[in-house]
Ligand binder design. Structure first.
Ligand SMILES: Cc1ncc(COP(=O)(O)O)c(C=O)c1O
Length: 350
C-alpha cells in the first residue's frame, strides 16, 4: 500500500499494551484468568453497572445477551437497518427473527416512531446501537415497553443524560475489535444490572464442566486480550478527548462546504465522523481514496437489503449519502490537515 495512504481505521497501541500482553504470556496464564476477571470489574465500574462478563466478540456478546433476555425460537427482535450485519447474525444465532426498523436521518439512530410500528406480540427485545458514538433516544425507546439491549460497540464512553451509555437497557454489549474505541484485537463484553442475566451469559459462554445439555459455546476472552484491554480502558478518556479534538478541527475547517457535518451533542463521542455528502457519497468515496484518504461507507449494506425487503427510506438515504472520514487517536495533526485539504479540494471543484 502507498505509505502515504491514510487508512480509515487504525488501532492506537503502545509500549504499555505490549508490556501487558508480554506479562500475560510470561505468567503462563494465557487463557481466561485473573486478567479477564479484573477487566470485567473495571469495565463494570466504568459503565456504572454491577456485573460484566467478558466474551470473544461483540457479536457473541449480543447473541448471549439476547438468549439471556429470553429471545429464542419464534421470537422477534427489532434491530435498526442501518448497522453492520453482526446484529443479523447475533439474532439468528440466538434462534430469533430479526425485524429491521428505520433510522432517523439526522442521527442515524433507531427511529422510535418507526420501531413502534414494527412491534408485535412476539417482539422480545429491541437492540439499540448508539451509532458512531451518538447516544440513541433511549427515553422514547424505553417507553415502548419492550426490553432494550444497548449496543455500545461503537460508543463506550459516550453519555446519556450524564451517565455512561449502557445502563438504561436490560443489558449492554460492547466490542473491543481492533478498530473500536478501545481494542483487544477481538473481544466483547455484556454488562448488566441483573445478577441472573450475567450468570446466564457466564454459563453460556463456556461449555466445560457442566452437568446438563444446555447449548453452550466457547466464547471466552483470553488473559492476553484482557491485559491489553485493561491498558486501553485506562487510556479511554485520552482517546475520547483526541477524537473530539479532531472532530472539532474537521467541523471548523469543513463548515461552509456542501456537506452535512455531525453536530456537537452532549455526551457524544466520535467513533466515526460521518458526513452527509448528499447524492454524491459514491463519488466522494472514490475520489478521496484516489487521493490517499481511506474514506468508507460507515455501513456496508443496510440489513433490509440483505434480507431482501423494502420500506426503509431513511436507511436507504443514509447509505446513499453517508461518508465516514478517518478519525482515531493515532491520526496525526498532519494527517487530519491532509484529510481536510483533500475533502475541501474535491468539494470546491464540483
Ligand atoms: C453496532 C455494532 N454492534 C456489534 C458489532 C459486532 O462486534 P464484533 O465485531 O466485536 O463482533 C459491531 C461491529 O462492528 C457494531 O458496529
Amino acid at each position: 500500500m502507498d505509505p502515504a495512504f491514510i487508512p480509515h481505521s487504525r488501532p492506537t497501541l503502545g509500549e504499555e499494551e505490549a508490556k501487558a500482553a508480554a506479562a500475560a504470556v510470561a505468567s503462563g496464564q494465557i487463557a481466561e484468568g485473573p486478567e479477564v476477571e479484573a477487566f470485567e470489574r473495571e469495565v463494570a465500574g466504568f459503565v456504572g453497572l454491577p456485573h460484566a462478563v467478558a466474551v470473544s466478540s461483540g457479536t457473541a456478546a449480543l447473541q448471549l445477551a439476547l438468549t439471556a433476555v429470553g429471545a429464542g425460537a419464534g421470537d422477534e427482535v427489532v434491530v435498526p437497518s442501518f448497522v453492520c450485519s453482526a446484529l443479523l447474525n447475533a439474532v439468528a444465532a440466538a434462534g430469533a427473527v430479526p425485524v429491521p426498523a428505520d433510522v432517523e436521518p439526522e442521527t442515524f439512530n433507531l427511529d422510535p416512531a418507526d420501531v413502534a410500528g414494527r412491534l408485535s406480540p412476539r417482539t422480545k427485545a429491541i437492540v439499540v446501537p448508539h451509532m458512531f458514538g451518538l447516544p440513541a433516544d433511549l427515553d422514547r425507546l424505553a417507553a415502548l415497553g419492550v426490553p432494550l439491549i444497548e449496543d455500545c460497540a461503537q460508543a463506550i464512553g459516550a453519555e446519556h443524560r450524564g451517565r455512561a451509555v449502557g445502563s438504561v437497557g436490560q443489558a449492554a454489549i460492547f466490542s473491543f475489535y481492533a478498530t473500536k474505541m478501545m481494542a483487544t484485537g477481538e473481544g466483547g463484553m455484556v454488562a448488566t444490572g441483573s445478577a441472573a442475566l450475567a450468570a446466564n451469559v457466564r454459563d453460556a459462554k463456556s461449555y466445560d464442566k457442566k452437568h446438563d445439555l444446555r447449548r453452550r459455546f466457547n466464547f471466552k476472552m483470553t488473559d492476553i486480550q484482557a491485559a491489553v484491554g485493561r491498558v486501553q480502558l485506562r487510556r479511554l478518556s485520552e482517546f475520547i478527548r483526541r477524537r473530539c479534538a479532531i472532530a472539532e478541527r474537521f467541523r471548523a475547517a469543513l463548515q461552509g462546504l456542501p456537506l452535512g457535518l455531525p453536530r456537537p451533542e452532549p455526551g457524544r463521542i466520535y467513533f466515526r465522523f460521518v458526513v452527509d455528502a448528499a447524492a454524491d457519497a459514491a463519488a466522494l468515496l472514490r475520489q478521496a481514496r484516489g487521493r490517499g484518504i481511506g474514506c468508507e461507507r460507515p455501513v456496508h449494506t443496510p440489513l433490509h437489503r440483505l434480507l431482501g425487503i423494502e420500506g426503509f427510506p431513511m436507511a436507504d438515504a443514509a447509505w446513499r449519502r453517508a461518508v465516514s472520514l478517518p478519525i482515531y487517536p493515532a491520526l496525526t495533526d498532519e494527517e487530519a490537515e491532509r484529510i481536510i485539504a483533500v475533502v475541501t479540494g474535491l468539494l470546491l471543484r464540483q
